[in-house]
Design a protein around this ligand. Structure first.
Ligand SMILES: NC(=O)c1ccc[n+]([C@@H]2O[C@H](COP(=O)([O-])OP(=O)(O)OC[C@H]3O[C@@H](n4cnc5c(N)ncnc54)[C@H](O)[C@@H]3O)[C@@H](O)[C@H]2O)c1
Length: 262
């Protein structure tokens, strides 16, 4: 049996420049996938792609704003052009709740129209576009395919900001319904739902938080451990692989147990 779970598969990962997407790009490539790393940050894409290549993996970059249909189509077209097809899309790009000038999160009522539009555009429209464009490609290839999205524990229970949670709740339910609609075409749709991690997300500060802040973040979870971005990435790998061949429409929390208490 081949221990490389995605041998020969062509995968597009959005938000592959940082955090969960970057970790997923490494893991997918280590497992034999040819990875198209899509992100809005060109410098970050280059970092991910060059690290994968130096480790002997196959990857290319695609500059892509997931809120723009033409960009998402461009990323998928690049995967097809270079690697011949699309087997997997991992719609992972997302942004945090809007922030104040002082660096804290805005309360629900403080979010202005631009904040609301941007959050919905990246976290909801971006995932919808990724699904639509991938489904069109899967159908053009004759059917079959895998969609994984990054939602959040904030989309499963009342946790984190209400506005952010509303966007992730939309992603949670999107996978449930798409699973029914696409199952007969052998297209699986599942979500990874992380708890709070330290990445470049929101105030995350790319991992440069003081130990006291990390300790208090760890205490939010029953397991008492910081959630590392590689952990939801491992679940995305599982869901993208044939190990999950009969799994569709599920939301898998990687949250240290937070969702269990609600
Ligand atoms: N960090 C957390 O605490 C946390 C918790 C739960 C869920 N999530 C979700 O996990 C996913 C990954 O977040 P992360 O923590 O790795 O964050 P991150 O900020 O480290 O990485 C997100 C990546 O997405 C890219 N991106 C942002 N907007 C984009 C756009 N419009 N088009 C293309 N790329 C774009 C960024 O450039 C970045 O590379 C997101 O969907 C986020 O909502 C994060």
């Amino acid at each position: 049996m081949n221990s490389r779970l995605l041998e020969g598969k062509s995968a597009v990962i959005t938000g592959a420049g940082s955090g969960v997407g970057r970790q997923a790009a490494f893991l997918f490539a280590q497992n034999g996938a040819k990875v198209t790393c899509a992100d809005i940050r060109e410098d970050w894409i280059e970092g991910t792609v060059s690290e994968i290549r130096s480790a002997g993996g196959e990857a290319q970059g695609a500059l892509c704003d997931v809120t723009r249909r033409a960009d998402v189509e461009g990323a998928v077209a690049k995967a097809v052009e270079t690697y011949g097809r699309l087997d997997i899309i991992y719609n992972n790009a997302g942004i945090a709740s809007p922030m104040t000038k002082e660096g804290g999160f805005k309360s629900f009522v403080e979010a202005d129209d631009d904040d609301i539009d941007r959050l919905l555009a990246v976290n909801v429209k971006g995932v919808i576009l990724g699904c639509q464009v991938a489904i069109a490609q899967f159908r053009a290839q004759g059917g079959g395919g895998v969609i994984v999205n990054t939602a959040s524990v904030a989309g499963m229970i009342g946790w984190g900001g209400a506005l952010y949670g509303a966007t992730k709740g939309a992603v949670v339910n999107l996978a449930r319904r798409l699973a029914f609609e696409l199952g007969p075409e052998n297209i699986r749709v599942n979500n990874v739902c992380p708890g709070t991690m330290v990445t470049n997300f929101g105030t995350g500060n790319g991992g440069n938080l003081p130990q006291a802040a990390l300790d208090s973040m760890a205490r939010l979870q029953p397991l008492g451990r910081i959630i590392e971005p590689s952990e939801p990435a491992q679940v995305a790998l599982f869901l993208a692989s044939d190990l999950a061949i009969n799994i569709t429409g599920v939301n898998v929390p990687v949250d240290g147990g937070v969702a269990a208490g609600k």
